[in-house]
Design a protein around this ligand. Structure first.
Ligand code: AMP
Length: 114
């Protein structure tokens, strides 16, 4: 069996993280190296390697993850806006091979990203 990703270990409570939301489909916790005053990761319980691993059958899950990201932004008070990021693959800058949505806010974001 392949070894678990760090996010699976957080989901399985083998590593601690500051969890801000969890439900049947996903867990959300604060990023250990925050890039903004608010930086939360929304992670599906199923260990999809990346966004690229989703199929048409996962449409419901994909929508759910986005709505959870929106809910977290509201709960974190990001009324002036926020940024959603899904780094995908090597060129996308993905470092953990378990699909996750970054929710970043609490400061103005720049464009274009690096
Ligand atoms: P990415 O580069 O898009 O794959 O994002 C992975 C994110 O996971 C980075 O922002 C890391 O800081 C974050 N991260 C890695 N390990 C942990 C951990 N143990 N707890 C919380 N966040 C983590």
């Amino acid at each position: 069996m392949l070894s678990k990703t760090v996010f699976e270990r957080i989901i399985d409570r083998e590593i601690t993280a500051e969890i801000v939301h969890e439900d049947e489909w996903c867990v959300a916790f604060r990023d250990i190296h925050p890039q903004a005053p608010v930086h939360v990761l929304v992670v599906p319980r199923r260990p999809f390697a990346s966004l690229d691993a989703l199929t048409e059958y996962d449409e419901g899950l994909a929508g759910h993850l986005l709505l959870v990201a929106q809910r977290i932004a509201r709960e974190e008070g990001l009324s002036e806006g926020y940024r959603i990021v899904v780094n995908t693959g090597q060129h996308g800058g993905q470092t953990v091979d378990h699909l996750h949505i970054h929710v970043l806010g609490g400061r103005p974001m720049r464009w274009p990203p690096g």
